[in-house]
Every structure is written in C-alpha cells, then in structure tokens.
Design a binder for this molecule. Structure first.
Ligand code: 2P0
Length: 390
C-alpha cells in the first residue's frame, strides 16, 4: 500500500449496442441478473452509435480507515451528473473481489472514482444504451487496472451482466449467445465473429422519448402476470434457439428471418399479455412490420427481418447484397424520393403487375408522416467493446 499513494489509474473503452434475435426477457435472479432463458444477438459496429467511458480511480485523501466507508463514485453522462446505481457499485465490488494483487490492494483502500461517459444515441428508447454503457464501463476498469491480459473475456461478460443483463453480449463481437447458466455462472460467448456472415442492420428511429416502462420493471411484470410468457419460456424460446442456430450454421437467411420476426412478435405479445398491459410499439412500428412482410411476400422469400427491443424503433436485418433493395423499398413507401413505381419494381426486382402495384400503393397510402421517421442508421456487425489506448 505504501507505494500506491502516488497512483492514479485511468482507462477508457468504447462499447457497442447489440440487437437480440432471440430476446432476453425475465430474470431468474434479480440481484445477480440471471436470465430465464438463453438469448442470441448481433453486436453492431461502433461507427455512429456507441458509449465511450473513461474511468479514473484515485486514492482518497480520506484518512479514515473504516472499511465500511463507501468509495466516492461520481458519474457524468454526456457531461451531466447522473445517478451512481447499485449495479455500478456491484461492478466495482466484483473487480475488487478478485484474488489479484492490484484488486486486493484497491479493495482495502478508500477511493475516489470518476466515471465520464459519452453516448451518441437517444437514451431509453430501446437502443440498448445500458448494454453499451455497462460493457464500456467494464472494459474501461479492466484497462485502468491493466487486467486485459489477466481476466478472460468470459469473466468480463459475467461482470458486465451485473450492470445490465444484455451488456454481457456487447462485450463480444459478431453473433453472441448469452448462456443462462446456473448461479453466478451466467456468461456470454461468441458463436461467430463479425466476418462470418455479411449482414447489415438498419435502425429506423421513430421515437426518441424515454420509455414509460423500463426493461427491468417490464420484465418483472410480464414474469409475474403473463400466462403467454410461461409458454414462451417453457416452449417457444428453446424451439427458436435451436432453429436459429441451425439457420446461422447454414446461413439460411429465409428461415433465419422467419425466426427473428417470430421471436420479436412473441416477445411483444407477452408484453401486451402482461397485466397491466405493456406496449413498446407504436403505429410507425406497425407500418414498418407490415412493409417488410409485404416486401418478403412479393420477393417470394424473406430478404429482410425486423426486430424490436423494448422500444418502438425498428431494427431491420438483411444480407448486405440486398441492402439496396431494402433502401429503395423504404425510400419509396416512406415517400422519401420521387421514384416512379415502375422504377421501384426494376430496382427491387419484382414483377411489375397490377396486383403488386396495388399492394404497394395501398401500403404507401398508410405511410407515417415524414417527421415521424426521425433518423435511419446503417450498421454492419462489429467487433465488440474495445479498450482505447491514448
Ligand atoms: C434483449 N432487452 O435481449 C432484450 C429484448 C429488451 C428486449 O435486454 O434489467 O436493459 O438491465 O438486465 O438488459 C433490455 O433489458 O435489462 C433487454 P436488465 P436490460 O436485448
């Protein structure tokens, strides 16, 4: 301890969002954040949407050696002071519990800890801000304590889980599974890296407001009240997990998209079935779902999947070679460009006949006001949370 008087520990990391293909909803253990089911997700790139977190750990001047005194932790998000939650404290506690010299040393010291976080997206709008921020925090602490070559990735996913369940999947890149496990042995693992399958993801933002019911509260209500949810946990999820893994292995996009769409639908049906009923979706979400179902039907196979987290913003998933078709189709039905319908059919390679024209024009008549479509962001798969060395 004598030498550490001079020490100051600084680390920085950038964390991505992830979109669940098979959703996590419901906890077996609230405190340890153990889920009721395994989930699978895509980790997105950090070009536009990310959380960047800097952690500074300093020894406190407080001479009082009473170990019951809590460390002084401050948090700012985009420059504004924010609440330091019990979950954040649990993350630090976990780091200080390891049988590693620096961890043991800090565990017996009173510390001043500063967390400075910046994120680039609307908080609490179903854009997984807690996942990217908790993953970034865990890697920033790892870097500050120089533990990146000591703690295995699997351990880091377990720590991130304590901050927010879905954060464990954001630690890793590509396509990940959060394995429910037992006791404290719940972790995420990579199924495939980000180069395995050339998938793109488009996020269509139709709402930036904070959601009425947080995910943590929502999943508790669903678990306690929804009969349909019992069926999801006992039957639907395991069936979807197995099918999705097969589709991933075979890169079978047609069936992959069907499972992704059905799991999103099933999750939102369980929310609706809760008492009181929870609805994360809105009219614009419905329009986007309908649009994708019509596009897939006219194409004769699924080229685009949709998935909605606990929010009304749509995540569209497609193979990159079909990205232009999806762009053209949505630009047309949202009325964002002045394409003639005959040109649209050429662009999206669909037969230009009366039935198809009617179907698309009927859909377009129901389009949301342009100002309801707030933003569209294109992603590819990313590499997971990265330490930033300065
Ligand atoms: C998911 N969601 O798998 C699901 C789908 C939302 C819908 O994980 O209480 O913020 O921190 O563990 O991780 C959102 O829940 O909840 C979420 P906590 P979290 O991505």
């Amino acid at each position: 301890m004598k030498n550490s008087k001079e020490k100051i520990f600084i680390g920085k990391a950038r964390g991505p969002i992830n979109i669940a293909l098979i959703k996590y909803w419901g906890k077996e253990d609230e405190e340890l954040i153990i889920p009721l089911n395994n989930s699978i997700s895509l980790t997105l790139d950090t070009n536009t949407f990310y959380t960047e977190t800097k952690v500074t750990i300093e020894l406190s001047d407080n001479k009082n050696n009473d170990s019951s005194l809590q460390n002084n932790i401050t948090l700012t998000i985009n420059g504004k002071p924010s609440n330091v939650t019990k979950r954040i404290r649990n993350i630090f506690k976990k780091f200080f519990s390891f049988d590693i010299p620096i961890c043991k040393e800090l565990a017996s010291t009173i510390l001043n800890i500063k967390i400075e976080s910046i994120n680039t997206f609307p908080i609490a709008s179903g854009c997984a801000s807690s996942a990217s921020s908790m993953a970034a925090l865990v890697l920033a602490i790892t870097s500050a304590l120089k533990l990146e070559n000591i703690l295995p990735k699997k351990e880091l996913t377990k720590i991130a889980r304590l901050g927010s369940g879905s954060a464990c999947r954001s630690i890793l890149g590509g396509i990940c599974e959060w394995v429910k496990g037992t006791g404290d042995c719940s972790y995420a693992e990579q199924l495939y890296d980000n180069n395995y399958w050339n998938l793109g993801v488009k996020l269509i933002i139709v709402n930036q407001k904070e959601k009425d019911v947080s995910s943590s509260v929502g999943m508790k209500i669903t678990k306690e009240t929804s009969e349909l949810f019992k069926y999801r946990i006992n039957y639907v999820v395991s069936k979807n997990l197995e099918a999705l893994k097969k589709n991933l292995k075979e890169k079978d996009f047609n069936n992959f998209a069907e499972i992704v769409i059905k799991d999103s639908n099933n999750f939102h049906a369980c929310c609706r079935d809760s008492y009181p009923s929870i609805n994360y979706l809105n009219e614009e979400s419905d329009f986007i779902m309908k649009g994708i179902m019509i596009l897939n039907k006219l194409k004769g196979n699924n080229i685009c999947a949709y998935s909605f987290d606990a929010g009304s913003n749509a995540f569209l998933i497609y193979e990159m070679n079909n990205k232009n078709i999806i762009d053209n189709f949505f630009n047309y039905i949202f009325d964002f460009d002045h394409t003639e319908i005959s040109d649209l059919f050429k662009n999206i390679q669909i037969e230009n006949n009366e039935n198809n024209i009617n179907e698309i024009n009927k859909l377009k008549e129901r389009r949301p006001l342009k100002e309801k479509i707030l933003n569209q962001i294109d992603f590819i798969l990313g590499e997971g949370t990265k330490i930033i060395y300065e």
